[in-house]
Design a binder for this molecule. Structure first.
Ligand SMILES: [Zn+2]
Ligand SMILES: [Zn+2]
Length: 258
């Protein structure tokens, strides 16, 4: 805490595997409070103790601030940068900037379960690696799992939908590099049987041989060898009903023209 400025989440995350039952934020907070109590009798005489206390106070820890006040040490707030976590750069304090747009995107979707995916910029991951190497930390959790879990909790509370780690209906991908949120929707599988009573239409869409689907004189610019197919007859109304963007048709049993 003398050389590094970490928020409660980022400090706590380094000890995520110690014990159980606390969020990383709670862990970080408890650790900082414990340090402040330990340092209390050393300030203001011990300069190193004052500087650690100072760093923790600047990051917003109330106990550290009170401790400084009681000992009549001034909190130096000259540089605003000093109050921003050097690892996540305040990411965990502003989760709502990702939750709000994600929830509004989800409003138009028909789904029961979701999962969060995140792309964390490599330079942030590298900073965390460096800190772990420097202090030989082996009890940490990845920033990605903390981030996706915390976002997931907030989205669950606001939407009343459940996270599903196996087969989610929607994967919400948050890219921190370019601040984008995309929804990846799971495909809908429909199984059925049909009888085809005429020979003249193929099972699957049959592109024109001459133009390979682009459209030419031979196919009358339709791009198709046959105007209809079982695939198209089935897929088109289903795409319309579901609002889907594309379809794949797997037919079993072939005869006649295809
Ligand atoms: Zn942080
Ligand atoms: Zn053609």
């Amino acid at each position: 805490m003398k050389d590094n400025r970490l928020c409660d989440n980022c400090l706590g995350r380094q000890f995520a595997l110690v014990g159980f039952g606390l969020t990383n934020k709670e862990r970080g907070h408890i650790l900082k409070d414990a340090i402040i109590l330990e340092l209390y009798n050393k300030i203001p005489d011990d300069k190193e103790a004052v500087s650690i206390n100072q760093n923790i106070a600047k990051m917003g820890n109330v106990l550290a601030q009170q401790s400084m006040q009681r000992k009549e040490c001034e909190i130096d707030l000259t540089s605003a940068d000093d109050s921003v976590c050097e690892l996540c750069e305040g990411l965990f304090d502003k989760l709502s900037i990702y939750v709000k747009p994600a929830v509004s995107k989800l409003e138009n979707e028909d789904y029961q379960s979701f999962i969060i995916g995140a792309k964390i910029p490599p330079e942030i991951l590298e900073k965390e690696d460096n800190i772990r190497a420097k202090y030989n930390i082996t009890t940490g959790e990845s920033m990605k799992s903390e981030f996706t879990r915390e976002i997931g909790k907030l989205i669950m509370n606001q939407t009343n939908k459940k996270p599903d780690f196996e087969l989610p209906d929607i994967t919400i991908i948050i890219d921190l590099s370019n601040q984008t949120i995309t929804l990846q929707k799971r495909s809908l599988f429909i199984y059925g049987r049909y009888n085809k009573f005429i020979r003249t239409i193929p099972q699957t869409r049959w592109p024109c041989y001459d133009c390979n689907g682009k459209g030419c004189i031979r196919c009358n610019y339709t791009g198709k060898r046959y105007m209809e197919s079982v695939e198209e007859l089935i897929a088109e109304p289903i795409l319309e009903i579901t609002g889907g963007s594309g379809s794949r048709f797997h037919g079993a049993g072939r005869e006649d023209i295809d």
